[in-house]
Design a protein around this ligand. Sequence first.
Ligand code: ADP
Ligand code: MG
Length: 240
Amino acid sequence: MITLENVTKSYGSFQVLRGCSAKIEKGEVVVVCGPSGSGKSTLIKCINALETFESGQIYVDGTAVRSAGTDHSMLRAKAGMVFQSFELFSHLTILQNIMLAPRIVQKRETTEIQALAETLLRRVGLERHANKYPIALSGGQQQRAAIARALAMRPDVMLFDEPTSALDPEMVQEVLQVMTELAREGMTMMCVTHEMGFARQVATRILFVDAGEIVDDCRAADFFAGRCSERAQVFLRYEA
Ligand code: ADP
Ligand code: MG
């Protein structure tokens, strides 16, 4: 579903990604972890072209990301993204947030989109909040709405960048619960997160990133059993 081939990126003279390669198969749940500033957000954003990169290549379901011919809207429909800061449109209701891109970008039928939006709202437990504006919702509810919005595009893969880091502790679980259900239903997922409990329960594989390199790429069971790099083991001692 996603192939990273020797992805390299710099911000000016600072090299943030140093030749990252990995493969994510359909149905896998890959957790990306590592110290703050190691390049995790940059890496995940390169996948749906929210960031550019200088060399190497990324394929999403066979489509090359770094190519003049690639339609970025199509790419972002294939790879749905959920951010730390929700990024809902504040002037639109929750229902309108969910329906916007399928209507404008994908030009799908309003009746179909409306039905799907209502199904998705039920799935994330927000059916009673469809006509509210984001500001009227808690952080956890906003993040669940953002997940529903990404799912409305019928993505092949979901990308999460620290989806629970901005939430009050009591709201973290409700978002992780939605993500866990999504994983159990077979969605291909790549999640940057510090939630090691979630990673233990749900991840099939762990990518440990440090200083712009994928230092470990291993089965979750191996990672948590300590069959990983010394750097990852030190990280785990502090995080888990
Ligand atoms: P992480 O998500 O692992 O915390 P990031 O990908 O956000 O790491 O950032 C990696 C490094 O790149 C950090 O040192 C950060 O300061 C730097 N960086 C991120 N975005 C930019 C930018 N737009 N311009 C310059 N440096 C940046
Ligand atoms: Mg980040």
